[in-house]
Design a protein around this ligand. Structure first.
Ligand code: COA
Length: 331
């Protein structure tokens, strides 16, 4: 058995109250249908945040729940790693707003920008910081207000995304502990950046009236190309995580994949040799919440007791960049 350094000791989620169904798109003049969206993506509804439900607000709700389940107080957190593609402000990091909100007075805090794979990147960083001896306790959050950066007039993207946050507490293992992070994997390919991106509004092309008028500060995506890469890279990430943990698909009790699209999830599971009965899917209720999707799903499967102490869980993600990543944990 591979000795582990760190384990997840608590999970939580923070979701906006408003449910926006596929049929609701008609009310904002988007020409689409429930049938088209369900058939292509498996999405039936998503949460959409109100103005007051900021990325930090959702992150704080998820964090408080994870801290309470782990029995960790804000003063015990050594680092806050917050993955987001939708920071509340461009400076400072949303992680420091979360640090202030939680009163985590001993914590370092920074954002990770790796799109949908960001929470797995954060988990890997947390494990590494614990391994180095720098910290004992990390709060790793994925929080996204995707509704703020999607083009609500572009039916090929606006139907896909939703808002929400998920969080976990990661702590140093005691000697002989069986639970823990068994393997992690991260990769990127920036040559593919323009397939899923926000063209303008950053430092290279600061915001102007023209940028806002032609909506080039919002998400643009070449859906078909992204789909092909997502299947290929998620499959590679699953292979690498299994190889490093010296496991096979049959050893996995539950696959908790990034929830972008049911067809991408099915293809990834098939490649890894995992039947759909061992795959958790909630994309029908939340859409693609980017880096929040895996920690939200992880919190649900633990709460519903689909997995419990001793279960082996594989998590796989893919996102803009492109970035892709995976991890296998024993609960
Ligand atoms: N409702 C109805 N019709 C729509 C539509 C919508 N919401 N969005 C696009 N269409 C139309 C297109 O205009 C096109 O019509 P046309 O043939 O008359 O031109 C048709 O549907 C097919 O469009 P296409 O983009 O080729 O569809 P697709 O089968 O590739 O499905 C996606 C589109 C976006 C669902 C699919 O490509 C996908 O899931 N890609 C991956 C996206 C993703 O997960 N990104 C995040 C990764 S982390």
């Amino acid at each position: 058995m591979i000795p582990t350094i760190a384990r997840i000791t608590g999970t939580g989620r923070g979701l906006p109250a408003r449910i926006f169904t596929n049929d609701d798109f008609a009310s904002i003049g988007v020409e689409t249908s429930d049938e088209w969206i369900v058939e292509r993506t498996g999405i039936r509804e998503r949460r959409i945040a109100a103005e007051s439900e900021t990325t930090c607000w959702m992150a704080a709700a998820a964090s408080r729940s994870a801290m309470s389940k782990a029995g960790v107080t804000s003063g015990e957190i050594d680092v806050i790693i917050l993955s987001t593609a939708t920071p509340d402000r461009l400076l400072p990091a949303t992680a420091v707003d979360l640090q202030a909100e939680l009163g985590a007075t001993r914590a370092a805090a920074f954002d990770v920008s790796a799109a949908c794979s960001g929470w797995l990147y954060g988990l890997t960083i947390a494990e590494g910081m614990i391994a180095s001896g720098a910290i004992d306790t990390a709060l790793v959050v994925g929080a996204e207000k995707m509704s703020a950066i999607i083009d609500w007039t572009d039916r090929s993207t606006c139907v896909l995304f939703g808002d929400g946050a998920g969080a976990v507490i990661v702590q140093r293992n005691k000697a002989g502990e069986k639970a823990g992070i068994l393997s992690t994997f991260m990769r990127s390919d920036g040559c593919l950046a323009d397939l899923l991106y926000r063209p303008h509004g950053g430092a290279a092309h600061p915001m102007t009236k023209e940028i806002v008028e032609n909506r080039s500060h919002l998400v643009r995506m070449a859906g078909r190309e992204v789909f092909k890469h997502a299947v290929r890279e998620m499959s590679e990430a699953a292979d690498r995580a299994l190889d490093s943990a010296k496991l096979r698909g049959a050893d996995i009790d539950l696959l908790v994949p990034h929830q972008a699209n049911k067809r991408i999830i099915e293809a990834t599971a098939k490649h890894a040799g995992i039947p759909m009965s061992k795959v958790y899917v909630n994309v029908d209720r939340f859409g693609n919440t980017s880096s929040a999707s895996i920690p939200i799903a992880l919190d649900e499967v633990i709460e519903k007791k689909i997995v419990g102490p001793g279960s082996t869980v594989m998590m796989v993600a893919f996102g803009a960049g492109f970035t892709w990543a995976s991890a296998i944990i024993r609960l």
